[in-house]
Ligand binder design. Structure first.
Ligand SMILES: [Zn+2]
Ligand SMILES: [Zn+2]
Ligand SMILES: [Zn+2]
Length: 166
């Protein structure tokens, strides 16, 4: 088993089971349960094929953590994605690991947009949209719906995202 560095991953067994993880410094945040190793091997191979660099979430210097969609009922089952590598207070960063990232549109300030989710009850509840990264007062009110493909993905990971971590 190799981590995202391409180095041999470390192995450890605890009461909770056996795990593979990265023991390089700085870490690539690779972590998976032993019986899920085959999923991660496939996921890492798919990521390498895109030739993209290991992503970092916005503002934080940590490398993003790779996860795999583990829900057999989802069409995206087995696909790798990256989330914030911060354990205690992760930000909302995520992206697919097996495709080149979609470029986020720029707002009228010329800044890369943030992805938001509709919270209001109604037809558009839970849809994703791009908006200005500035706060309400200085916002340029840029608005654009995000592609629905990302919406389905976001919902599928949102449920289990932070319960599977180390
Ligand atoms: Zn590593
Ligand atoms: Zn983050
Ligand atoms: Zn703006």
């Amino acid at each position: 088993m190799k981590c995202l560095h391409g180095e041999p991953a470390a192995h450890s067994t605890t009461q909770n089971g056996s795990f593979w993880f990265c023991n390089q410094n700085p870490t690539c945040n690779f972590f998976c349960a032993e019986d899920e190793g085959y999923m991660y091997e496939k996921a890492i191979t798919a990521w390498r094929a895109t030739k993209q660099r290991h992503p970092r979430c916005g503002g934080q210097s940590k490398l993003a953590k790779m996860c795999v969609v583990k829900d057999l009922m989802k069409v995206n089952n087995g696909r790798p994605f990256f989330v914030c590598g911060e354990k205690t207070k992760p930000c909302s960063f995520w992206m697919w690991g097996d495709v080149q990232p979609l470029a986020k549109p720029e707002c009228r300030h010329g800044l890369p947009c943030v992805v938001c989710k509709v919270k209001k009850e109604g037809l558009n509840k839970d849809r994703l949209f791009f908006s200005c990264p500035k706060d309400k007062e200085s916002s340029c009110r840029f608005f654009e719906w995000a592609p629905d493909e990302q919406l389905g993905f976001f919902q599928s990971v949102n449920v289990s995202l932070f319960s599977n971590g180390p």
